[in-house]
Ligand binder design. Structure first.
Ligand code: GLA
Length: 418
């Protein structure tokens, strides 16, 4: 009986671990299938414009005493190389005095984690009423832009055209998901109007000057080199990315760099290289300024492979940004337990990655404008079970922070390598 009980508990705990890991859909292994697959049909339309639910955030602890990174500031260190230090941003982070202070001390660039995604900036009711797509900024987004302005933060726009976190009603006749998908010409009109309104409304609201980069298209390619099937391909066709960049070029101010952003970049390198070469106007000039590497990495990833990607794609002459950097303990679907050893590995990984990037910047072989971390605290991370960030859940500094600061003596190199 006791044996049976133990067996049952073991089975349950394995199942629990599998469910928890399944939340992380970004594979960095070419053999593990990220979702959705290229053959998957787009999600069934929903009838409301309620945004896709976002992972709940762990309330930010009040700190006493404040985290003490010994006066070390990432933004000052990166500024010596002409690179901005960024973090993703939520209203919860700026609503807490301690985290807000930490952000202003460490970073000079922000990307909204969710509030500028299509799900959050399009009004279904107003689009139906007007008979054309209507962009309406939400109060969270506006309050974060206000905060960014008051705190001298530069902003990365994220994102315009994406298969996910985008309402289905925008693809249907009369914005009604019970009706068929619209055709190519109508969807091109809607795409153009959406992009135009975003830049116009940022200007009207007085925030356009904060923006230095914008993710025009997010996650369009699969690891096998095929285009991801989505409502964008179903309505417009496979050239939807070219059109998105063409419209963004028409309406974005020159000062905003236009980016294609994707994950698993180290497994999509040849695909990305081939594809960005097609993003040119009729005179052969690039419609794109940079490639965003999401850099959702794992401590067991190969940095040699990663730098091959960096070198191959930066040779195209475009800018590169790390846009959502976090380094999970362990590997895809197999988080390592946090321990002095695994945290030291993580610190070394951050050090080797960032030092390698900055060396390339200094040598003039890499145009890296910004390095954005996908959050700073393990407690607020979308992959919290892997503890991927620079500070722990109580906002105490980790080896990872010193690795990111390129301070070799505190990054974990004194701990024997495993
Ligand atoms: C992708 C998106 C981000 C965010 C993360 C999860 O990388 O580009 O906006 O949704 O997934 O936080």
């Amino acid at each position: 009986m006791k044996k049976k009980l133990i067996l049952l508990l073991m089975v349950l705990s394995v199942m629990g671990a599998m469910i928890a890991c399944g939340k992380d859909n970004k594979s960095t292994s070419p053999t593990a299938a990220p979702e959705p697959t290229a053959t998957e049909t787009p999600a069934e339309p929903t009838a409301t414009d309620t945004p896709t639910p976002i992972p709940t955030e762990t309330p930010v602890p009040t700190l006493s005493p404040l985290p003490d990174p010994d006066g070390v500031s990432l933004k000052d260190i990166y500024a010596e190389h002409g690179v901005k230090a960024g973090t993703c941003l939520t209203t919860m982070m700026i609503g807490n005095a301690d985290t807000a202070k930490l952000i202003t001390e460490q970073f000079n660039s922000v990307t909204m984690e969710n509030d500028m995604k299509p799900d959050y900036i399009l009004s279904e009711a107003k689009s139906k009423e007007a008979g054309e797509i209507v962009v309406e900024f939400n109060s969270n987004m506006l309050s974060m832009l206000k905060w960014a302005k008051e705190n001298n933060m530069a902003v990365r726009g994220h994102t315009l055209v994406w298969y996910s976190q985008t309402p289905n009603w925008i693809f249907h006749e009369d914005f009604d998901t019970n009706k068929p998908l619209v055709g190519r010409e109508e969807m091109l009109k809607r795409m153009e109007s959406m992009i135009k309104q975003v830049f116009e409304k940022l200007e009207e609201a007085g925030y356009i000057d904060l923006f230095y980069a914008y993710d025009v298209v997010n996650e369009a390619w699969m690891e096998d080199g095929t285009l991801r099937k989505s409502n964008w391909t179903a309505t417009i066709g496979d050239d939807f990315i070219w059109h998105a960049f063409n419209f963004a070029n028409k309406y974005a101010p020159e000062s905003i760099d236009l980016y294609y952003n994707d994950y698993n970049e180290q497994f999509k390198t040849d695909t990305l290289e081939k594809f960005v070469k097609t993003l040119v106007d009729d005179k052969g000039n690039y419609l794109i300024d940079g490639i965003g590497f999401q850099a959702h990495l794992y401590t067991k990833d190969s940095l040699d492979a990663y730098f091959k990607t960096v070198d191959q794609l930066s040779a195209l002459g475009l800018k590169i940004e790390l846009t959502e950097l976090d380094v999970c303990l362990g590997k895809y679907q197999y988080p390592s337990v946090g321990s002095p050893k695994t945290f030291a590995n993580q610190g070394r990984f951050y050090y080797d990655l960032i030092k390698g990037l900055m060396d390339r910047v200094d040598a003039g072989t890499l145009k890296l404008d910004a390095l954005t971390f996908w959050g700073f605290s393990d407690g607020m991370s979308w992959r919290k079970e892997y503890q991927p960030n620079l500070f722990n859940k109580n906002l105490k500094v980790k080896n990872a922070f010193y690795g990111a600061a390129m301070m070799k003596d505190k990054a974990g190199f004194d701990y024997p390598e495993q």
